[in-house]
Write a protein that binds this ligand. Structure first.
Ligand code: ZN
Length: 257
């Protein structure tokens, strides 16, 4: 009976920790902080206390998500940029943990449908992927092209960042459906206005009257990921050009101060 009770207690404790991230073992090193400071403008702009919290979330991410190189080596900056891409969109959700990703695979370049890096285009001339969230056998994996991950942080003017893009897909996926409507981030009353804004802005892209990346007109899912990149990478420009969308994303990501 005692053994049984002991086993039950163990089982409940085990179930209680399922789906929970482990606490990070170490704080971020000074070298890591310097790398973040030099490469990640979102981190650089934070006040000291919030910088500490960002560092904690980065350490927590790296403790729980494996970063692997496919035919390439992975250095400290690579891991930090993957983690920064993950933390930026959820920074105002202190308890958020990406339980739907266990490993991020870094590729030496863009890749085709067979996950091969070749000449950068498929047979019909469509450019290869620079990032993707896996499904099926790759369900808890994300793939990113290493040079494109770095490029996303190296320039601030183009409003694109493939790391943020793919983690926004994971946020979208966390409510069970990848549909451009992140139900855990969006109050119910905003869902219909949000979908309305998506359609209105996709229309503007189709008519060639928008500076939003045309890839965002593919579907609602891609629209959400593409405008989120723009929102985090160049908030001033995004606010000036798209005030309604800006306000909606501010609500969604809780960035309003
Ligand atoms: Zn996408």
């Amino acid at each position: 009976m005692i053994v049984f009770a002991g086993a039950m207690i163990w089982l409940f404790r085990y179930l209680g920790t399922l789906g929970q991230w482990r606490a990070p073992k170490n704080n971020l090193s000074n070298k890591a902080k310097l790398i973040l400071n030099s490469k990640v403008s979102f981190y650089r702009a934070l006040p000291v206390e919030e910088k500490k919290f960002f560092e904690f979330k980065v350490s927590e991410f790296l403790e729980n998500v494996k970063i692997s190189g496919i035919n390439i080596s992975v250095n400290e900056a690579d891991g930090l940029l993957v983690a920064a891409s993950a933390i930026i969109p959820i920074f105002r959700f202190p308890d958020w943990q990406y339980l739907n990703v266990k490993e991020v695979l870094l590729y030496p370049d863009s890749f085709n449908e067979d996950f091969q890096t070749d000449d950068g285009r498929d047979a019909s001339g469509i450019p290869d992927n620079i990032g993707m969230v896996g499904d099926g056998p790759l369900n808890d994996k994300m793939i990113l092209s290493k040079p494109d991950l770095h490029w996303g942080f190296a320039n601030e003017w183009d409003g694109t960042n493939v790391g943020i893009h793919e983690f926004v897909h994971l946020i979208d996926k966390s409510d069970g459906s990848v549909d451009g409507v992140p139900k855990l981030f969006l109050e119910k009353k905003y869902i219909i206005p949000w979908v309305g804004l998506i359609h209105k802005n996709m229309e503007e892209i189709f008519k060639g009257r928008s500076d939003i990346n045309p890839y965002g007109s593919k579907d609602k899912t891609e629209f959400f990921a593409v405008v989120s990149e723009y929102f985090f990478e160049n908030p001033e420009k995004f606010k000036a050009k798209h005030p309604e969308l800006y306000e909606m994303l501010e609500n969604m990501f809780r960035t309003k101060r």
